[in-house]
Design a binder for this molecule. Sequence first.
Ligand code: C2E
Ligand code: CA
Ligand code: CA
Length: 866
Amino acid sequence: MSVDGERHGEAAMLAVAAGLGAVATGVLVLALGGAGRIANTPVDVPWLWLVVAFGACEAFGLRVERRQGEQYGFTAALVPLAAGLVYTEPGALVAARLLGVAVVLLVVRQRRPAEAAYELSIHLAQTVAAVVVVRAVLGDSDPVGLHGGVSVGLALAASYAVSSVALAVLIATVSRGLPGWRMVGALARTDLPSGGLNAAIGIALALALWNQDRVAVQLLLVAIVLACIASNRVYSRLYERRRGLEALRDFITTVVRSADMAEIASSVLGAARSFVRADDAVLLIDTVTDGDPGRRYAVGPDGIEEQRTSLVEHRADIARLVPDGVPCRVAVGADAPAWLRARTSVDALAAPITAANGSVLGALVVTHARRKAASHFGDNHARLLGELAEQASLAIENGLLFMVLEHEAAERAHEALHDPLTGLPNRARITEVIEESLQPRLSGFGRVGLIVVDLDSFNQVVDAFGHSSADGLLVQVSGRMRHLLPESAALGRLGGDQFVVVMPNVADTGEVVAAARLLMAGFDPPFQSEGVLLALPVNIGLAVYPDHAVDGQSLMQRSLIAADAARRHHSGWEVYDPMNDPATPRRLALGADLREAIESDDLDVCFQPKVELASGVVRGAEALVRWTHPRLGRVRPDEFITIAEHTGDIRSLTMVVMRKALDQCRSWRDLGIDLSVAVNLSARNLLDLHLVDDVDQALRDSGVPFEALTLELTESMVMSESQRSLDVLSGLAKLGVRLSCDDFGTGYSSLAHLRRLPIGEIKIDQSFIVSMTVDDSDRAIARSVLALGRDLGLTTVAEGVESREAWDLLTSLGCGLAQGYIVCPPLTPRQFREWLDRREPHELATIPEVDEGPATHDDPSRTRGV
Ligand code: C2E
Ligand code: CA
Ligand code: CA
């Protein structure tokens, strides 16, 4: 009962006690005040005798316990009452009874004051009622004989009625208005026979005393004692049985409503304890699914406790507890399971939990606390426990079934969210993880890093090694990655050869970059497949919330874009850069405008000379595309070229530039200026099988000699292992045009590798040129690259030469050509002509004059060259 309920019960008891006590005391004082004992009684029953008798009846009488701790007494008190009615003054009788009962209640039973007050008020009211009735009925008659017997009998009936009414009132009060009459009726049915017997004995005793028949008195006293004991026994059994049935009914109604094992176990254990009045109960249940442990439920300080045990041990325990599959007592010896020995040192009772098919599913065990020396369990208890276990079995079997279903549902859910091959969270789950990590949190940095790891050319691995080996490699890859990542990072597989890492709560982009670098390095050692060592290059892209994206979906998209950029740039890893993103709103708008610009011939081409370092003679010029957007102004070529690659307009863009460049070259040559022209190609151009024909046609149309055209390809394009790119490259080489390796030094290519390709020129990247003037080791590298290039018969070009210092250094290192602001910036065709006319062969620009206005871009920090 809850604390509230308990308080409510106590208040009700006190209220009933006060009411009853007041009425009874009023009647006693007003109606019976000063009344003596019934006239000319022959015996004087000593007052103390009555006190002891009432006390003894209270002490040894039957205690009936209703659920939740409410107790009601049924005693042989009618016997001393009958004697007292006849032989004692009402006041003394009341006092004797209250004293005897009070001593037992307060001293022996240690009742709470409210309970004691309630019970005493009932004793008081019963006694007063009996006295009133006996005196009213008897009048002046002789108490001996029929009249006397009837009066005492009626008095005892009235006394019983008083206690019943008090009980009904109490129950009604406690249950807030529910009538307690059913309970009273139920008690009356079992109480009346014994009440009648008590009354008869009481009357007989009174008569025997009256007649001073000592033998009869002694016999009656013996009979009283025996009757007390017998009725007590019958009552206990009857009552316990009824209490058991009530508990069983309650238990069944709660248990069938639940499919949750812990809840079922809690009901079963609670019912078991109250059924057989055990101190402790334990429920053992066998497993449901393969690989599951056995379960042992017990009531702990914080509610139901579930312990999982090895199945072998568990089944041995069950077999030991209920060896024959029937309820039985269990001797708790040294060989008993430890958990059982910890609970009791005496015996325990166990009953089997059986499935509908008769197999034993588990066991229900009840014990008494260790400190109790002797067993309290009898056959009666074993039967009760068996009954309970039988009822519980159905619910437990259902519960187990539910667990199986739950388990299967969980497995389904796991399958739906995990990649079957690697066991890693799949795209669906990782999407959830990302969303979860984006939830606002109270502490921490609130940044979330996302890394996409894309295995480069994994399809070729699949082609070469077959699917099962490729699967094995993917498992190895996932294992290695998990090992490299911090504990807090979540690793998932997006499908195919793509993995993803979610890093919740990172401090900054640097932390994510560090993790990406670690992963990158982790892929250095080769993997092993069927005895073959295999290098698996990766492209890693990363994006950080909220720096690069403000929702999970775009965070993922942008990491993928970064990985794609890493693949295109052969850079290994890249942080998301809107430059590489075809899907920003600006980019989408630019895409449409760019197509229009190409179609309406709004693109311009600038030229930047390539000058021979040794002689200062202009040998050629690089054509660089320019686009001035009608609203946005100058757009950087890197930006709109990326867009053209994505929109598929790169072919027409390249050919527009090519035709303009060749036209210029034609016009220079017409003026007798013998210059070559260089045009940049994009990676996409190399996948275009029409390129060779397009170039061929443009050259024919322009009339420029084939060898006067140089096509610049970035280092990563040159290093591409795609067969199609190689085919296009050799097709171009066969035409007789020159191929130049642009941005040399930014990738991984080696000169030795270059030699196998039809490359005639290398352009050393401007970042290299800058660092060369300040860093000794870079200078050493530049020196050997230039020397090797020369030895291989390649033209060496330094790009981005901005300073006199770099110019001189390159000259001393034997570099062939130079391009950069030190000579002049990219110029319009007209400016270029004027520049050519004006220029003295060895003249260098002292202050790099840049004619081009600033280009517009989302990210000004990336704007270079201005
Ligand atoms: P790139 O091929 O490496 O071109 C050289 C870039 O360096 C040009 O930038 C040029 O203006 C700049 N530059 C020249 N001298 C110096 C210098 O002394 N210092 C510095 N800091 N920069 C210098 P631009 O014109 O903005 O072009 C950027 C990139 O766009 C080019 O890099 C090239 O990859 C691409 N691009 C330009 N035009 C075309 C084209 O017609 N087709 C293709 N596919 N790509 C093009
Ligand atoms: Ca170039
Ligand atoms: Ca370049």
